[in-house]
Write a protein that binds this ligand. Sequence first.
Ligand code: NAD
Length: 480
Amino acid sequence: MTAELISHEPATGAELWRGPIGDVDAEVAAARGAWSEWAAQPFTYRAETMRRFANAVKADGDELADLIARETGKPLWEAQTEVASTANKVDISIKAHSERTGQRRGEGAMKTRTAVRHKPHGVLAVLGPYNFPAHLPNGHIVPALLAGNTVVFKPSEKTPAVGEKLVSLYRAAGVPEGAVRLMIGGPAEGKALANHDGIDGLLFTGSARTGLILNRAFADKPGKILALEMGGNNPIIVWDTPDIATAAVLVVQSAFLSAGQRCSNARRLIVRDSMYDALIKEVSALAGRLIIDHPHADPAPFMGPVIDNETAEGLMESFLFLLSNGGKAIRHMIRPDETKPFLTPGIIDVTELAERPDIELFGPLLQVVRVETFEQAILEANATRFGLSAALIGGSPQQYDQFWANIRAGVVNWNRPTNGASSDAPFGGIGLSGNHRPSAYYAADYCAFPVASNEAESLRASIGVGLKPTEAEVKAAAQE
Ligand code: NAD
């Protein structure tokens, strides 16, 4: 009997989708078989195909958004924004491809011409996460296809239905069967795909835990491209501002959007001592007003459940761990129904904790640290092995300059949330957040490799110095 993968709706527990686990060898072979033909197509052909994909996404947007909302539990309005990002990715990627990996021609010595062009790697594996099951893998797949690679895509085992739907939309747009392969499976299949000799590289979005495993697996394969987009333990500093209400909105958006299941969510609120009481009162009151409900509920919720019961249990345990190690609860994280993964936002002051665990707590859980000086705030913000996103709320322009110069992160914002990054810019982090291959606008960089050429229509060469004379030259010289 073929093994099956089953996905459930987090909000209801109902079964949403089931399907057979894929065969890694067969999917890699299919992508390899299709590669030369896809790579040989002119760029304009691949770009047109991708534009048809964007239209297919828009045309099928309601169904795709509904599926994303059901399978992840995120509110329908948020799933709709994910659909829009998925479609918008195409034009941005076409622009990025030309700008980052476009052709350059010049003139060389002896009337030769020079050229810098780019070539695709071949077959790229794409491993996706569950939190943006369409937008994030698509952010790797579109640039990879545009550059002329073929792709074996393994969606998260928690969101196979969206993965399948995404692949059906590429196909509907005319992407050949072999150019995008759907590989259904979990970590074991991800591992088999990552270690398969038939791939030329791997584009990964997921946790630092998995990313580190992949980094080790690729350590002795310098010839293969590996792009790692991982998590963060992101700080948000609130400094002097008279507008406490807006600061609280920015903190709540940063911490609790997507039920805290964005890589760019703020995990640590660092606040000036003198502002602590006023800010925390406002943040806590606002967090208490957030509607947490089913994705399709009316009135629309701010956030839905986390992805599954196991994740909800893990987050509750983390909250209790912080509490029992010296944390002071500002707002308890509550799980109203033990059979469902809905959580209320938890806020906990961890200033007194002797050792704060530097891990990504991927859910609606915000840790608060109070500090006295701006220098302490920056030190505290940098006290992490991760480095994805960071924000300063309030402060003077000079303080923002100081923050920008000293903070270690790939996304650095001022008076804006830590999350909600633009696809028009590179997106990635340092430390445990990535391997210096940022995605979004810069994904084009790792979907192709540069080739430098020096070219002439006909053969032309001479050795000007360092040659012995020919016999004829010797004779001629003797007769003179
Ligand atoms: P995950 O690491 O559990 O899984 C990601 C993918 O890797 C899945 O397809 C999974 O099946 C596969 N996988 C798991 N173990 C594997 C192994 N040993 N070998 C090969 N493949 C394996 O991540 P997740 O829980 O699905 O996603 C949430 C994480 O993703 C968070 O840490 C979040 O911060 C991060 N994330 C990062 C970004 C970014 O752009 N930097 C964006 C979104 C999410």
